[in-house]
Design a protein around this ligand. Sequence first.
Ligand code: UGA
Length: 424
Amino acid sequence: MIGAGYVGLPTAATLAHFGHSVVLAERDERRLSALRSGRMPIVETGLDELVADSVAGNRLWFTDSAVEAVKGAEFVFLCVPTPQSADGSADLSFVQQAAKEIGTHLKPGAIVVNKSTVPVGSATMVEQVIGRPDISVVSNPEFLREGTAVLDSLNPDRIVVGADDPKAAAAVGELFAATAAPLIVTDTTTSEAIKYASNAFLATKLSFVNALAGLCEEVGADARDVLLGLGYDKRIGFEFLRPGPGWGGSCLPKDTQALLYIAREAGYDFSLLAGAIASNDEQLARVIGKIRTACGGALDGTTVAAWGLTFKANTDDRRDSPSLHIAHELAAQGATVRAFDPTVDPESEPPEDLRGLELCGDPYEAATGAKALVVLTEWDEFRWLDFARVHSVMDVPAIVDARNLLDPSAVRRIGFSYSGIGRH
Ligand code: UGA
């Protein structure tokens, strides 16, 4: 396994849990030394136990060398980042680098598996970089969500394997036999398209939900009940129906842009997807508008408390986090932003992405002196706070709940003004 990130580490731990012998290569020294000393470099529920169990059972090892990891391996998973390039396309340089590095060291007949999210045609590209006729390159996209990566990896909805060689496809599918998940075997191009289609569909669904919540506010409908009414329709379902500050994270924004780029290159006008992306930007602006209103019409010179900075709860990931975008936009418009997130230590040197925010040690400290409190990430612990205490420390007790996390009547009873997303 090459790359111990949000996908590589849970995947390595899961495959080891299934009984396979896994060597995980990670170049980042801090990440590697954390793993070697039994600490998890990322926040993921249940990951530490899964890793510890496999390490103790001699099924999982760590190394800093990709070359070392692939020696004797029957399967080599590429789990390296594919960040967004300036033109929206996926940057494949890490995939190319990894393929180049391991190419001559692969054992004869080894199968290279693309787990990284890569554009249509990438399996062929990796095959060309490796340039060995005995090596098959297989696409096996990952569908796990951050925060529930272990649960998702142990119980996937489906396993997708794309290969030109049916024997290689069957062998990769077999690695996941313990999951009993449906197996879709297809060609590499289709497999790569399935990954982008899934994330683009989820993003579009959320843009619809957020836009609908906006409409509900205008016409006086309660979006939560409207969505309840929708969700009971089995064709729609309840998953991904929660309105919020907009979708973000390391995957949905970059994958929608990459699919749009692929469509453009192919001369296909995917206006629906472009609309879903534009609608997401509008959602961020709508939430900022709500906060401005809660502050009395202007942000300049006000103090705002921001609860939550990660792109969703149960992860420490702030890449392309709508919560963080909003916090920075409030600061850019002149507000002092007092921020709290359970995964951020205010005592440490602030990482670059948090500069310009006042980092606080707890939610009460963040609320102190604020004109408005905005719930940006749906951390469960925010529900159970002493809101009378929050009320007493704020300058103006106004709440903007961008995740519909709190009970409006309970906080209104205490004396807060409350504004959620699409709800009264
Ligand atoms: C997403 C996909 O859900 C995974 O299937 C995929 O494997 C992954 O990207 C990836 O490509 O690696 P993830 O980025 O971990 O997973 O996060 P999601 O749980 O999908 O959430 C994405 C965004 O949508 C977040 O900003 C979240 O807050 C938002 N969201 C999600 C909502 O606003 N409402 C919802 O009901 C669900």
